[in-house]
Design a protein around this ligand. Structure first.
Ligand SMILES: O=C(O)C(=O)Cc1ccccc1
Length: 275
């Protein structure tokens, strides 16, 4: 059987690759993409079967532009995976911290280490496409004044030393990744959904929705509002829901249809633990 082709934002040894392996196992083909949009395009043009997309981080918060990609490409979410993110400063062997002038990394990784860099204001922190590519660049261009914030897989792959370990602001640092595909997966095991809707601009309209969740024993795990582009006063609400009994969810969704506008189910899938 052909291997599953999984598009990731970033290169080999990036956190997206780690997330892909954690979700699918090792027997997959990785399709490297520079941007999140390119991962969706890879699925659209049949260059990949799945895309893995970070959506939120426990220190840096939501990746808001990725909510717009969910809308734009309209691919169903077929799964999720959480990754414990541990960030290290990697340098060429022999480089001393005093010699370092530049820090390269992905913006999500940089935001997770803000506290560390407050103590070293002379360091120039530069945003790049992905953590592993920064490690690769240091090795390939023999950069002795630059460090990368990346993981231990990148350190090993590019033969770099760990100059500082675990520089993330909070050690309980998790990123949630969504798994997107062209086809949704209907399964009795599904116990989580991501939905999107708008509510009228009237008193209590969102409260009505929240009450529906309570009445139907639905656990809300995330709510994110995003302005609708071109309609500055209107918002999309992105909500993640979990249930124990499928009937509760079905019943709740039927009721929800009557109180919200433009209800869309972005995906139904099996919830994954944060570990
Ligand atoms: O650059 C990477 O390695 C990525 O996969 C992006 C990222 C960075 C930090 C946490 C989660 C995802």
């Amino acid at each position: 059987m052909n291997k599953k082709r999984v598009a990731i934002q970033g290169t080999r040894a990036s956190f997206h690759e780690e997330a892909a392996y954690k979700y699918f196992g090792d027997d997959i083909e990785i399709v490297e993409c520079v941007t999140f949009k390119q991962t969706c395009e890879a699925v659209k043009h049949n260059k990949a079967d799945y895309a893995v997309m970070a959506i939120e981080n426990s220190i840096a918060g939501s990746l808001l532009p990725n909510y717009n990609l969910l809308q734009e490409f309209n691919f169903p979410i077929v799964g999720e995976v959480y990754l414990h993110i541990q960030l290290h400063l990697l340098a060429l062997p022999g480089v001393k911290f005093e010699d370092v002038k530049y820090v390269h990394s992905h913006p999500i990784a940089i935001r997770q280490c803000n506290d560390f860099f407050e103590d070293f204001p002379h360091l120039q922190v530069l945003e790049k496409t992905d953590t592993a590519a920064c490690a690769k660049n240091i090795r390939e261009n023999n950069l002795t004044d630059t460090v990368a914030i990346a993981n231990l897989t990148a350190a090993k792959m590019y033969d770099l030393e760990v100059l500082e370990r675990r520089i993330e602001t909070n050690k309980k640092n998790f990123t949630r990744f969504l798994i997107l595909s062209k086809e949704s997966v209907e399964s009795k095991d599904n116990n989580k959904a991501s939905i999107c809707f708008q509510v009228g601009n009237t008193i209590g309209s969102l409260a009505k929705v929240l009450n529906l969740f309570v009445e139907n024993h639905i656990n809300l795990t995330k709510i994110q509002s995003m302005p609708i582009i071109g309609k500055p006063n209107d918002y999309n609400f992105y909500v993640d829901l979990e249930w124990e009994k499928e009937n509760d969810y079905d019943h709740c969704m039927r009721k929800l249809l009557k109180v919200v506008v433009n209800l869309a189910v972005l995906g139904e899938y099996v919830k994954n633990p944060m570990k």
